[in-house]
Design a protein around this ligand. Structure first.
Ligand code: MTE
Ligand code: HPA
Ligand code: MOS
Length: 752
């Protein structure tokens, strides 16, 4: 496929935010951050820093002309700390200098005197002390208390879940230039230009129209730039406005690792009850989210956890309690899956333990309890499809799950110190922003009078291929070659009030808005032809750039038609808006049709564990995925492969370690390990669900970005199965990530 994104990337010519500042004279920012997790600031001495030649300015909360607030959902986070700090890495002041090194040197010369306060680091402790971001919430279905007496098997347990660093290749950065009339133009590496615009305007005390935000593309976001790109853009804008010069901020990798939020660690307790035949009757679960020091997106993430309590299964009696626990760690944030993966991990752990107690393979329980069309989720929505079952069946038919497991068992018999493990992960992930109002998008399409097309939407290109998908939509609706179409940067003066590119719905929302804009222009083109040929617009069609009437060729092709339409003084641009129909959620009763639809799939993972060393390999991932009618199957495969690897990393090698004072110790890539090409599954086989159902995504597609992340769970449970094959009586503990060290300790520790 001809695609200029790919061509630019391959040639190294694609520009990221910092590249766009190349050649411009810039001042640079370093941030003075807190070294204490919880303290009163009793004094700060800036004297030495101010004397350093080349320092252009030092700004604290006192220099903020507007509102010192970056909290998006809850106003509980200052841009620059005032009097108190609540986590290590919290920004206190910004130092602007002629170079980044100079700014850093000045920052290092500043002395802050702290009066230490007691910190809280774990969500269980925060919960016990009533330290919440917002009141806890409970979702319920059926009669949980009455259900236990009908259960033949009841299992209780707990699951401890680790966080995850986004590790986008492009670290957080931005630059800002002053504009006439006191405004600023901000170039940001953000998934959410409107949030940058609004928050920056608030900080500067300006109306939103005085802040223009432009985003060309990101070198990865993964949720880490949904909310947390904003403060850096605001800092650059603040300095640019005060100093009346262009100002840039680029976090070094280590700074980025230390001061930006991560996937939320969760602690949780569950109780699950089943009938003898394996039917799950009751599930009672408590989620304690480690939100960090301020809200960020934690409440929305918690909501998605609640919404995914029962994963791919139907459970008639459910109580799901969840709390955003305020601790003194960096505020945690969106990360691919947005709280869904944590919910699914707890449920799959409960199912695994129940299967162990019943003496059967977990896959028997998984298959038996899959949600079917019409089954109710705990939030009141009915499952609209049988695709959970269809994906499972297609996987079983193609790969023969029992056969894979039997082969592994046979292999294990003849390998005393190496064990294979196999596990299955069925997937059901809700598509739509959990905050209903965010499910809207706009698209501005210009057909230029030479027949070329330009498009801008609210979507941010961050490697997920949304721009190529949007161009594909245009190419299909107009029936023109894709090389005619160019995606412009995302800019708040072209597309206003945009939602973040998140919740996997970037292509759905912006693709649908683009379709509407194209249909609008197309109707004008058709009306023109119909008028000229004295026929009705329904007779007119554009096919492969030829203009047909009643199925016969006319004198026009795409370019000559566009040219004639222009000379007839008919508009060739359209700005369209799309809002996902029908969805709603009533928080008072915690019920509603929260999602436009669900994405489904089934993954089978096979691992090979070296029981003397604790090291492991993923031998294969076999996936059936429901992508609807994929707009771009190459992109969708790439999304699945990337998500799978990220999911595996989260549960295996990616370990965040904090010191006793709340400082991140795994603050570089020699101590924080992510999967590389050598750790990738030896085989990844991906097949799409065979289905011709209509879907709510653009051109009948389905969202792809986040759901496959959760296939990583299959690898985690395959590892647990391999451990169990070596030590059948082991008391399995669910405490992620399952690093090789932990595997080794569990094999030789005697917690049988
Ligand atoms: N893929 C790449 N290459 N880079 C990214 O930053 N972000 C993921 C996913 N895939 C991401 C990615 C996340 S968290 C989301 S929500 C979706 O892409 C967002 O894009 P979409 O809505 O267009 O699918
Ligand atoms: N996903 C990502 N971001 C969000 C969501 C969501 O469901 N809701 C609000 N912000
Ligand atoms: Mo994705 S976590 O919704 O940016």
């Amino acid at each position: 496929m001809k695609d200029y994104d790919v061509l630019l990337h391959v040639k190294g010519e694609s520009e990221f935010t910092a590249d766009r500042a190349a050649g411009m004279e810039m001042l640079h920012i370093a941030i003075l951050t807190s070294t204490s997790a919880h303290a009163k600031i009793s004094a700060i001495n800036f004297d030495d820093a101010r004397k350093i030649p080349g320092v252009a300015g030092i700004f604290t909360e006192k220099d903020i002309p507007g509102n010192n607030e970056i909290g998006n959902i809850i106003a509980d986070e200052p841009l620059l700390a005032k009097n108190e700090v609540h986590h290590v890495g919290q920004p206190i002041a910004i130092i602007v200098a002629e170079s980044r090194d100079l700014a850093k040197k000045a920052a290092n010369s500043i002395r802050v005197v702290y009066e230490e306060l007691p910190p809280i680091f774990t969500p269980r402790e925060a919960h016990a002390k009533g330290s919440f971001i917002a009141p806890p919430r409970t979702f319920s279905l059926g009669d949980i208390e009455g259900a236990w007496k009908n259960c033949d098997c009841i299992v209780e347990g707990s699951v401890e879940i680790g966080g995850q660093e986004h590790l986008y290749l492009e670290t957080q950065n931005a630059f800002a230039t002053p504009k006439e009339g006191g405004g600023v133009k901000v170039y940001s590496s953000s998934q959410s230009p409107t949030a940058v615009q609004k928050t920056t305007a608030g900080i500067l005390g300006l109306p939103m129209h005085q802040v223009e935000v432009d985003v060309l593309r990101l070198g990865g976001g993964f949720g880490g730039k949904e909310d947390q790109a904003t403060p850096y853009a605001a800092m650059a804008a603040l300095a640019a406005m005060i100093l009346k010069k262009p100002v840039q901020i680029v976090l070094k990798r280590e700074e980025d690792l230390c001061i930006t939020g991560k996937r939320h660690p969760y602690s949780s307790d569950y109780k699950i009850g089943l009938k003898k035949d394996g039917t799950i009757l009751a599930y009672d679960v408590k989620f304690f989210q480690n939100s960090g020091a301020s809200a960020d997106l934690s409440t929305a993430i918690l909501e998605r956890t609640l919404l995914h309590t029962t994963g791919s299964y139907f459970i008639p009696n459910v109580r799901s309690y969840a709390a955003c626990c305020r601790t003194n760690l960096v505020p945690n944030t969106a990360y691919r899956g947005f709280g869904g993966p944590q919910a699914m991990l707890v449920l799959e752990s409960a199912i695994w333990k129940a299967a162990e107690k019943l003496g059967i393979n977990p896959v028997v329980l998984q298959k038996k309890n899959l949600s079917k069309k019409g089954d109710e989720f705990p939030y009141g929505m009915k499952n609209l499809s049988d695709n959970a079952i269809k994906c499972f069946e297609q996987a079983d038919k193609k790969y023969d799950i029992a056969d894979i497991m039997e082969n592994a068992n046979k292999w294990n018999e003849s390998h005393p110190s190496k064990k294979k493990g196999v596990a299955v992960m069925p997937l059901c992930f809700g598509i739509s922003f959990t905050s209903t109002f965010l499910n809207q998008a706009s698209s501005l399409v210009h057909v230029y009078n030479d027949g070329s097309v330009g498009v801008t939407t609210g979507a941010i290109e961050m490697g997920q291929g949304v721009n190529a998908k949007i161009r594909t939509v245009i190419s299909r609706v107009f029936s023109i070659d894709i090389s005619r179409i160019k995606s412009e940067s995302t800019n708040t003066t072209r597309n206003a009030n945009t939602s973040p590119t998140a919740a996997s719905s970037g292509a759905d929302l912006n693709g649908n808005a683009t379709r509407i804009a194209c249909e609008d222009i197309l109707s004008r083109l058709k009306a023109f032809v119909a008028d000229q040929l004295e026929t009705s617009p329904e007779q007119v069609e554009i096919k492969n750039e030829k203009v047909l009437c009643g199925g016969k060729e006319t004198k026009w092709n795409w370019t000559s038609l566009v040219n004639d339409v222009y000379f007839s003084r008919i508009g060739l641009s359209s700005l369209a808006h799309y809002a996902t129909p029908k969805i709603f959620f009533d928080k008072k009763i915690e019920k509603g049709d929260a999602f436009a639809y669900h994405t489904f799939g089934t993954a089978i993972a096979e691992v090979n564990l070296d029981c003397l060393r604790g090291t492991y390999e993923v031998e294969s991932m076999k996936i059936i995925h429901d992508a609807g009618q994929s707009i771009h199957s190459v992109i969708d495969r790439g999304q699945i492969e990337g998500a799978v690897l990220q999911g595996i990393g989260w549960l295996t090698m990616e370990e965040l370690v904090y010191g006793k004072t709340g400082k991140l110790l795994t603050k570089d890539l020699s101590s924080y390990k992510i999967p590389d090409i050598y750790f990738s599954p030896k085989e990844i086989s991906i097949e799409f669900l065979e289905s011709d159902e209509p879907n709510a995504g653009a051109l009948n597609s389905k969202a792809i970005g986040e759901p496959p992340f959760m296939y990583g769970l299959a690898v985690y449970f395959a590892l647990q199965n391999a451990i169990k094959a070596f030590r059948p009586k082991i008391n399995t503990i669910f405490d992620t990530p399952l690093t090789p060290e932990k595997v080794l300790l569990s094999l030789f520790n005697d917690h049988q």
